[in-house]
Ligand binder design. Structure first.
Ligand code: ADP
Ligand code: MG
Length: 238
């Protein structure tokens, strides 16, 4: 488990400045939410941390280790997307085992780990099914399991609950929070949903137009918004 640190990180796509000189720390072992409206640069920031994008300028650290120029596979991050991104032709078991098979771990070790995360996420009964035979909530549990088998230092979640219906969203939200506490993993959860960020996060980073607007506890950003944008977006009076 490590903290994630960004120093003066900028990412441009042509003329668009998606992330604009961001300096920020996501604390070790805590649940951080990256909250902002659509197009504010949340996913870009997450992909910079994952190594899917390289910053135009600036540096990224995991603990003392600089990762700015490392490819995703050398960063030990677990990624979960909105649309699950499971392999449809593989059974749940093989989906979860896949990252470990890539690393050529022995099958006995792989099996023990698959069983362990399956228990943790309560999907033991689903291991023989194909993703197409699962509900949205079950698919998202499998995606989480697949992200966790690598024992990542950092868990990155890009709107992981957005495709779920309202009730399931609340259930999985609570489970995710419990899991993060139990594993004490550094989690960064992207969302445009204020209520979701408030309920799940220890730390909320509010972002707009590629810039950090405020970093604080849910209580801070709700009751002591630092500017009008935060006040308006979080929905409490300034
Ligand atoms: P969010 O996840 O908060 O909705 P994004 O990080 O996806 O926002 O996008 C931030 C800005 O960067 C937007 O203006 C978006 O159009 C632009 N952008 C994101 N990814 C790309 C890309 N691959 N190519 C060009 N522009 C992009
Ligand atoms: Mg996004």
């Amino acid at each position: 488990m490590v903290e994630v640190r960004l120093e003066n990180v900028t990412k441009r796509f042509g003329r668009v400045v998606a992330v604009d000189n961001v300096t920020l720390e996501f604390p070790d072992g805590r649940f951080s939410a990256l909250l902002g409206p659509s197009g504010s640069g949340k996913s870009t920031l997450l992909y910079l941390i994952a190594g899917i994008y390289k910053p135009t300028s600036g540096r990224i650290f995991f603990g003392d280790r600089e990762v700015t120029n490392l490819p995703p596979k050398d960063r030990n991050v677990g990624l979960v997307f909105q649309n699950y991104a499971l392999y449809p032709h593989m059974k749940v078991y093989d989906n979860i085992a896949f990252p470990m098979r890539l690393r050529k771990l022995p099958e006995s070790k792989i099996d023990a780990k698959v069983q362990e995360v399956a228990r943790l996420l309560r999907i033991e009964e689903l291991l023989d099914r194909y993703p197409g035979q699962l509900s949205g909530g079950q698919q998202q549990r499998v995606a989480l399991a697949r992200a966790l088998v690598k024992e990542p230092d950092v868990l990155l979640l890009d709107e992981p609950l957005s495709n779920l219906d309202a009730l399931l969203r609340l259930t999985i939200r609570a489970e995710l929070k419990k899991l993060q506490r139990r594993l004490e993993i550094t989690a960064i959860h992207v969302t445009h949903d204020q209520a979701e960020a408030m309920s799940i996060a220890d730390v909320i980073v509010v972002i707009d137009r590629g810039r950090v607007q405020q970093v604080g506890s849910p209580d801070d950003v709700y009751n002591r918004p630092r500017n009008l944008f935060v006040a308006g977006f979080i929905g409490s009076p300034p």
